[in-house]
Design a protein around this ligand. Structure first.
Ligand code: FBP
Length: 547
């Protein structure tokens, strides 16, 4: 399109350490005095002895341009999990920093492609073509978790067949967990000379839940997705206050954490926004959530406003304490009774599961509408996650609110539409922030490889002041969590903190937004003009910005 041709030409600022954008120079790295640990670090050190011994879980920082040039490396790059805007620029950054002396191979269709050995060589023309474009379609992606001995053997076969020296995994928390496991497994002894294959992660996910304070302010894709959702929510807000007769309940993507919902709320100021982490910390029941929504509906109606917008995070259902307890037991039942469950007829599956649950949880499951139960019983993804994007929480909230509004004041009209804003936010052309961030992440990942590191995640600190390439030891992020009915090592998701500046700012304004029409319509993301360099509001507030 005319648009794509134009965005390919957009300038991409690079960290000073890399020199020029078109001919970037790789950097080398040195240790900082920051050592990462989690509550499970001792267990991690036993399970990941090689990477932990090599890195000491120490954060690395760029130490100037490389003085020696490295040639002949063969590097593979793959996308893992859901798409996020900017993925293509990671590939472009990698290709350019590796330079003509090294080879970059693309892995087709995610980790599964690595198992199958489905790789192709990426050319300069390829990267010129995909630069600044959205989506992951250049390579494709999937959610295969590499965990069995047979799968590790397949990865080794691919490494040997393609004579790989390094693999770059572009992914979220689960995919970077995959990267940590691969780094340990491939650390040495893969090739005939006894050497290993380096593994580097790159922090991607629109969910924004891969964060580590000043070391990792935000994952890429969050800015683009939240700007796309904010434009749409702004448009809906404009419609409600024009037509004056509808409520719109909007579910926003973001599997677990509510960063996306919080950011969109800060950008658009709707009447109601639910933050899952607050529901959990205040131990709110489903009934109390509905009650608080219905009261706002009634209060606005008494002021003549029979309309409004509600934002609900996709992962809400798992944060309601009674639902969370029920889903945890349900996950165990589904994991342990998988064969028997598969043999039961579809219309008898709910009753089968209820018979295995404790009395309270069985009662709760039975009380939910069939469209929710069906999705709670649906297959988990390969990382053991409930597929919350498929659960129509927005419809559940509408149905229950309608009933409660009627109880509170039967004269209040309540006509509501449901929306799910999800996939449309993941693949738009990256904002200038995501475009530059990802290009620099690619340059950092490539530099880490040329500098001989493995088991690290590339990161850029000081994003708004030029940027510094750094590296986070992946094993230093691992915790033990219950998945598939058993304990597993995973990178913990960064949730919205109740004491964060962004949450406090939101909490101090939301009553006003509920009581009147103070909405904002931020409009589409721009590639030229005054709003191009605006950071996500929540990221800016959490990084210490006051305005
Ligand atoms: P990642 O964590 O892999 O980036 O995926 C994020 C996400 O977009 C979630 O917000 C959403 O719940 C999920 O992917 C949807 O997954 P799928 O694409 O498999 O339907």
């Amino acid at each position: 399109s005319i648009f794509e041709s134009a965005v390919r030409q957009l300038p991409l600022p690079v960290c000073a350490a890399f020199g020029s954008s078109e001919k970037p120079q790789p950097v080398s790295f040195s240790s900082t005095d920051r050592v990462l640990s989690t509550k499970d670090s001792d267990a991690v050190a036993k399970q990941f002895p090689k990477t932990v011994a090599a890195s000491g879980n120490v954060v690395l920082t760029s130490a100037g341009s490389r003085t020696t040039s490295i040639k002949g490396k063969r590097v593979a790059v793959l996308f893992s999990g859901g798409p996020a805007a900017g993925g293509h620029n990671v590939v472009c950054g990698l290709k350019r920093v590796l330079g003509a002396g090294n080879t970059l191979l693309g892995v087709k269709a995610g980790p599964k492609g690595l198992l199958e050995g489905s790789l192709f060589e990426i050319s300069d023309a390829d990267v010129d073509f995909v630069l600044n474009t959205g989506g992951f379609n250049f390579l494709g992606s999937d959610r295969t978790k590499i965990k069995s001995d047979a799968q590790f053997a397949q990865v080794r076969e691919t490494c040997i067949k393609h004579n790989l020296d390094a693999i770059v995994v572009v992914g979220g928390d689960d995919s970077n967990t995959n990267a940590a496991v691969l780094a340990e497994s491939l650390f040495r002894g893969v090739k005939a000379d006894g050497s290993g294959v380096q593994v580097i992660g790159v922090p991607k996910t629109i969910d924004g839940d891969l964060q580590l304070g000043d070391l990792l302010a935000i994952s890429f894709g969050f800015d683009t997705a939240t700007r796309i959702y904010s434009e749409m929510v702004g448009n809906i807000l404009q419609d409600t206050s024009s037509s004056l007769k509808y409520w719109h309940f909007v579910k926003l993507m973001g599997r677990s954490a509510s960063h996306v919902a919080l950011e969109v709320a800060l950008q658009t100021k709707p009447a109601i926004t639910i933050i899952s982490e607050e529901v959990s910390s205040r131990k709110m029941s489903l009934a109390s959530i509905i009650d608080s929504i219905a009261k706002i509906v009634v209060e606005r109606s008494h002021k003549g406003m029979n309309y409004g917008v509600l934002l609900a995070p996709e992962g809400l259902i798992e944060f309601i304490p009674e639902m969370n307890a029920m889903i945890a037991e349900l996950n165990d039942v589904l994991a342990h009774e998988a064969t028997a469950f598969a043999a039961v007829a579809d219309d008898a599956k709910a009753a089968f599961v209820e018979s295995k649950l404790s009395a309270d949880n069985a009662k709760l499951l039975a009380s939910l509408p069939h469209y929710i139960v069906a999705m709670l019983l649906a297959e988990r993804d390969s990382h053991g996650n409930l597929q919350v994007s498929l659960i129509p929480t927005e419809q559940l909230l509408i149905d229950m609110t309608k009933a409660r509004v009627k109880e509170l004041d039967a004269k209040v009209p309540f006509a509501a539409h449901s929306h799910f804003l999800g996939y449309e936010g993941r693949c738009g052309a990256p904002t200038l922030f995501d475009a530059a961030y990802t290009y620099n992440l690619g340059l950092t990942a490539g530099s880490l490889i040329l500098d001989g590191h493995s088991g690290y995640m590339a990161t850029i600190t000081g994003l708004t002041s030029g940027g510094v390439p750094q590296a986070i030891p992946l094993a230093g992020l691992l915790n033990i969590e219950r998945r598939h009915g058993q304990d597993e090592f995973v990178i913990e998701k960064a949730l919205v903190r109740m004491d964060s500046p962004a949450m406090k700012f939101f909490a101090s304004r939301r009553d006003e937004w509920a009581a009147s029409d103070l909405f904002a319509s931020p409009g589409p993301r721009q590639f030229w003009g005054p709003t191009t360099h605006q950071q996500p509001i929540s990221v800016a507030l959490n990084s210490g910005s006051k305005s």
